[in-house]
Write a protein that binds this ligand. Structure first.
Ligand SMILES: C[S@@+](CC[C@H](N)C(=O)[O-])C[C@H]1O[C@@H](n2cnc3c(N)ncnc32)[C@H](O)[C@@H]1O
Length: 273
């Protein structure tokens, strides 16, 4: 048993995404959208595929699927995110709803995907079971999460700056481990326990290109939820030191007038038998 209050964490995440929605796309969109084609290839998204994009955010993956001719629905629990998605992709169907309790019938989709959503959920196992339920037999599921912080550099640099110059021990609702599904063995075990077969896990070598050394700090402060809340809870002095440490941490990745920061992701795919 864990001491996690799933309801409290879920509500904290939902309020956080409402707040971050306006900035998230600018902060992280060019990075997370790099996973679109591998994710869609993993589920075989093509013309006519009935596809659900769970935790769609500003709808990057849904839009890429629609370009392939898939019949796609983008789902998110943040109304503000969905407003962004509808503004950016007016032709696509977006629905408000919860990844952990999908309002779709059994076997409704040929493919379900979730790009960088699972690591934010209060009950990721429930979301996996729901994805399995709404897939038709033979339907395919795929998700991405960030690689472990030793590899996904911006997370590694941020976490160690907080540890060194501030504190991670701030009063926030506790959630499941952010990097749980970065571990291929844990992902394979969990997907099999939900009933999926043909599990494959591989790394995607994503690169975060930012124009200033402070862009990472700004994105972490305003474009997400858990890390942003940890940063907001620091003293002004600690926060200034963390910002400086992040600048130093990305300096080594300068490339011409910008920075190219390694941010590998883990792509997991499987099938409902
Ligand atoms: C990191 S963003 C990913 C957005 C997008 N998929 C992308 O690739 O950039 C996480 C998204 O998950 C959504 N989300 C988090 N928990 C959710 C839940 N329980 N149900 C539905 N959406 C959820 C948030 O509102 C947010 O839009």
């Amino acid at each position: 048993m864990t001491g996690i209050d799933s309801g409290a964490f879920h509500d904290f995440e939902q309020a956080g995404w409402e707040r971050a929605a306006g900035f998230y796309g600018d902060a992280f969109g060019a990075l997370t959208a790099q996973a679109a084609q591998p994710l869609l290839d993993a589920v075989g998204a093509a013309s006519g595929t009935r596809m659900l994009d769970v935790a769609t955010g500003p709808g990057f993956i849904a839009a890429a699927a629609a370009k392939r001719g898939a019949s796609v629905v983008g789902l998110d629990f943040s109304a503000a995110m969905l407003a962004e998605a509808a503004r950016l992709h007016p032709g696509i169907a977006f629905r408000e709803g919860d990844a952990e309790a999908l309002a779709f019938g059994d076997a409704s989709f040929d493919a379900v995907v979730m790009n960088f959503g699972l690591l934010h959920l209060a009950r990721p196992d429930a979301a996996l079971a729901e994805a399995h339920r709404v897939l038709r037999p033979g339907g395919r599921y795929a998700f991405t999460v960030w690689a472990a912080p030793e590899r996904a550099v911006a997370f590694g640099v941020t976490l160690s700056a907080v540890e060194q110059f501030g504190t991670a021990n701030v009063p926030l609702p506790e959630g499941p481990p952010f990097f749980r599904f970065s571990d291929a063995a844990e992902t394979a075990r969990t997907l099999a326990s939900v009933g999926f077969t043909g599990v494959a896990v591989r790394e995607l070598p994503l690169t975060w290109r930012v124009v200033s050394a402070d862009a990472v700090f700004d994105a972490m402060s305003r474009g997400g939820v858990r890390t942003a809340a940890v940063l907001r809870a620091q003293t002004p002095e600690a926060l200034a030191a963390i910002r400086d440490a992040l600048r130093r941490g990305v300096e080594g990745y300068a490339a011409g007038g910008s920075y190219e920061i390694p941010m590998p992701a883990v792509l997991a795919s499987c099938r409902r038998p």
